[in-house]
Design a protein around this ligand. Structure first.
Ligand code: ZN
Length: 305
């Protein structure tokens, strides 16, 4: 059986995670080609095995080049300290061996973070996980579905999540927009939301060159934080900060993986590229939240596979 067909069969094993984004009815995989609801709303499954649940195509500024660049930066290990910290938080809540935990990466882009986190969980807890990566960008999901990981990938709008209620033990939301009412609906009662936002020093060296003396030269998280604590009980806030000297060959990818470059003048981009030894700060804030008044019965968050 082809690898692509295996992915579609894997998707059909977990079809009950999904609901129709138009009428909220349950859906079924039909003929390994589409996901169809009882009201006959039909969504294509691509040859590569991901499903497109958008009712109309959506254009984003996150293009193929951005995702390719982010994938290269991820694979080169520049996000490893962040990924390690997220995984540690998850591992602290898991039971060992033989159980499966459902993880949604909301705004997964090209899928590297979810794949890396699943790998760490498998290695360190021998705990099997089902990863579901969702992004509104078809380019991102198309790239994610090329990877070998044990995950289901889908194109969908977070404002209208195509998932049944209370499905997920973890919702990851890494450097990506949120939809908290939908997160509430699809998160298990004792599940956890892990949101990562850029810290004030995130890529400050590049920000400083591109946006000297303007408001964009400093990043502020005040509103994001306020909105989070209005929606979830804040369990913990963690800061992960580290500096790296960027290898020459990764400079271009670093610039292209961030929306920071969108408004920057070409001469300033060249200035960054011509800098021989570019020191770059990675700075993240991790917000860990649970539903308000969530029961503290962590063991019930794992279901038998
Ligand atoms: Zn429907």
């Amino acid at each position: 059986m082809s690898e692509n067909n295996q992915r579609i069969i894997f998707l059909s094993e977990y079809e009950d995670i999904f609901i129709c984004p138009i009428c909220s009815h349950p859906v079924k995989v039909m003929d390994l080609r589409s996901l169809i609801c009882s009201n006959h709303h039909c969504f294509d499954i691509s040859k590569r095995g991901y499903v497109n649940l958008l009712s109309q195509p959506h254009k984003t500024k996150y293009d193929k080049k951005l995702f390719e660049s982010r994938k290269v930066i991820s694979q080169s290990g520049y996000f490893d300290p962040l990924i390690a910290r997220i995984s540690e938080n998850m591992l602290a809540e898991l039971e060992p061996a033989g159980k499966m935990v459902k993880i949604l990466d909301a705004g997964c882009g090209e899928g590297s973070h979810l794949s890396d986190i699943q790998q760490r969980i498998l290695e360190q807890a021998q705990c099997d996980s089902l990863g579901i990566g969702v992004d509104i960008s078809k380019e991102g999901i198309d790239m994610a579905s090329k990877g070998p990981s044990k995950a289901i990938w889908c194109v969908a709008d977070l404002a209208n999540c195509p998932f049944a209620d209370k499905q997920f033990h973890f919702i990851l939301n890494i450097l990506s927009p949120s939809n908290y009412s939908e997160f509430h609906r699809i998160l298990a009662d004792d599940g956890m939301v892990i949101k990562v936002i850029p810290g004030s020093k995130y890529l400050q060296e590049i920000r400083g060159i591109f946006y000297k003396k303007t408001a964009r030269s400093v990043h502020s998280n005040e509103n994001t934080f306020e909105l989070f604590i209005r929606n979830f009980d804040l369990v913990d806030t963690q800061h992960v900060q580290y500096s790296v000297t960027l290898d020459h060959k990764y400079k271009e990818q670093l610039i292209h993986m961030t929306p920071l470059s969108w408004g920057a003048a070409e001469e300033l981009i060249q200035q960054v590229l011509s800098n021989n030894k570019l020191e770059v700060t990675f700075d993240f804030t991790i917000l860990l939240g649970k539903k308000m008044n969530a029961p503290i019965i962590w063991k019930s968050m794992i279901y038998e596979a």
